[in-house]
Design a protein around this ligand. Structure first.
Ligand SMILES: CC(C)(COP(=O)(O)OP(=O)(O)OC[C@H]1O[C@@H](n2cnc3c(N)ncnc32)[C@H](O)[C@@H]1OP(=O)(O)O)[C@@H](O)C(=O)NCCC(=O)NCCS
Length: 152
């Protein structure tokens, strides 16, 4: 999972993160162990290795946001636009619907990421806000689109 994350971060166009440090492994493991979070991976039948991963995690350790989960998703280069992202997200939405206390999935996505925005909209997410020119990526300003899905 760390290797996949690093590969997407190194593409430098999809995520806020610029560096995946050694502490990331522990954080991923903590997410896997936390029963309030969801952490899943995707494999292609007959192939070794993980080609995609998704997590739904608590935005913070306070009661005020205990009904919300932040979404993070990636599919590695070479496996995109084959339905892997949709399969991961469908599983996560079904989990959130069943999970007691979870009401909403939240995410932020770069305005330039048409594929991710297309997937989120196809799965029912709605735009809740725009942080204008929030990022400067390769000398171009990029907005952050905030999206949400109510699951109950
Ligand atoms: C964004 C991402 C998770 C989508 O997963 P994916 O496996 O490539 O997407 P899927 O093949 O499951 O596509 C599902 C839906 O997304 C939408 N979609 C896919 N490609 C699209 C494109 N190029 N433009 C617009 N919408 C697109 C469609 O609605 C599609 O459904 P359909 O095939 O029934 O029409 C994946 O491409 C990825 O990891 N990209 C790099 C990292 C990233 O952007 N992470 C998210 C950061 S917020």
């Amino acid at each position: 999972m760390v290797r996949n994350l690093r590969s997407v971060v190194n593409e430098q166009v999809y995520t806020w993160t610029e560096r995946v440090g050694s502490e990331k492994k522990e954080r991923l493991l903590a997410g896997i162990r936390n029963t309030k979070s969801l952490s899943i991976v995707a494999q292609v039948a007959g192939e070794k290795g993980i080609v995609g991963q998704l997590s739904l995690s608590l935005p913070g350790d306070v009661r005020k946001v205990s009904h919300v989960r932040n979404l993070s998703i990636l599919v590695v280069k070479g496996y995109r636009e084959r339905g892997v992202g949709r399969a991961l997200l469908q599983y996560a939405i079904d989990w959130a619907r069943r999970k007691e206390g979870v009401e909403k999935i939240h995410l932020g996505v770069f305005s330039t990421n048409a594929r991710a925005i297309g997937l989120y909209k196809a799965m029912g997410f709605e735009v809740e806000g725009v942080l204008r020119r929030q990022y400067l990526i390769r000398a171009a300003h990029v907005d952050e689109i905030l999206m949400g899905l109510f699951v109950k």
